[in-house]
Ligand binder design. Structure first.
Ligand code: NAD
Length: 261
């Protein structure tokens, strides 16, 4: 199976920690030159320095806030002009919790900006390079809520659906250019985001944090949370040459938690 990414340049967003950081590591192991993007330069420099490298592999970092659309476009266009990006992993922090019915319009707009608009800005900034290479991989880290909305994540559920529809549409538009667009839907994954969700649920229900975590684990057939590396392995496969004919899918990596087929 061809998993070799030597000579490919990957831009991995939200890569200072959690799933994004694990994805950067896997892609570097497969030979890609990896640029990690998030807001904090010091954290990114540490991540980039720690990535595996062999031979001529060159890793780097880009400090940017995905919510600042114009600045994001300018910095990623400059990155892609200096070194075309062949692999884009769209990923950032999830929106705050709460019911859909009480969320403000501003909360919806903010989440659309940080997810859909940021993903679109990033895609447009790297697309000319993918087209001239006639090769590209776009993987969006979304959520199982694309298929089954999650209680108390009203804004998140809504924007995830929009991202999935955007990606599916793009996959059909870009396939003839040798570019695939896929979504990975993580289940409960042991990161800071999961800790935040467990804390929110404990506060909302008056239960203690351990009890909430235990109930969540019990809802997973595998009876455990994922490690970030388990999500990253699937993302990395979708970025590989071997995955050239996998396009337009939303792939759950959730230990079998979702009920839908
Ligand atoms: P995380 O909070 O551990 O990491 C998020 C990353 O995004 C960090 O590197 C953070 O610095 C970066 N980031 C946040 N806001 C940013 C901004 N404005 N600009 C640039 N970078 C920014 O999250 P995670 O658990 O790795 O999750 C990644 C994605 O997957 C999120 O959208 C999350 O909601 C989703 N998800 C996570 C789980 C889970 O259980 N962890 C489950 C389903 C979906």
């Amino acid at each position: 199976m061809d998993l070799d990414l030597t000579g490919r340049h990957a831009l991995v967003c939200g890569a200072s920690e959690g799933i994004g950081r694990a994805v950067a590591h896997e892609l570097a192991l497969m030979g890609a030159d990896v640029t990690v993007l998030a807001r904090r330069a010091d954290a990114l420099a540490e991540v980039a320095d720690g990535l595996p490298r062999h031979g001529a592999q060159r890793h780097g970092w880009l400090a940017a806030d995905v919510a600042a659309t114009d600045a994001l476009r300018a910095s990623v266009e400059a990155l892609a002009a200096a070194r075309p990006v062949h692999i884009l992993v769209n990923n950032t922090g999830g929106p705050p919790g709460g019911p859909a019915s009480t969320a403000t319009a501003a909360a919806y707009l903010d989440a659309f900006n940080r997810h859909l608009i940021a993903n679109h800005t990033l895609l447009q900034s790297v697309l000319p390079g993918m087209r001239s290479a006639a090769w590209g991989r776009v993987v969006n880290i979304v959520s199982t809520s694309v298929r089954e909305p999650i209680p108390n994540l009203g804004v998140s559920n809504t924007v995830r659906g929009a991202v999935a529809s955007w990606a599916k549409t793009l996959s059909r538009e870009l396939a003839a250019d040798g570019i695939t667009v896929n979504n990975v839907l993580p289940g409960y994954t042991q990161t800071r985001r999961l800790e935040q969700i467990i804390d929110d649920r404990a506060r909302a229900s008056g239960q203690d944090v351990q009890a909430v975590a235990e109930a969540m684990r019990a809802s997973v057939p595998a009876r455990r949370f994922a490690q970030p590396q388990e999500i990253a392995a699937v993302v990395a496969f979708l970025c590989s040459p071997a995955a050239a004919y996998v396009n337009g899918v939303s792939l759950p990596v959730d230990g079998g938690r979702m009920q839908s087929i």
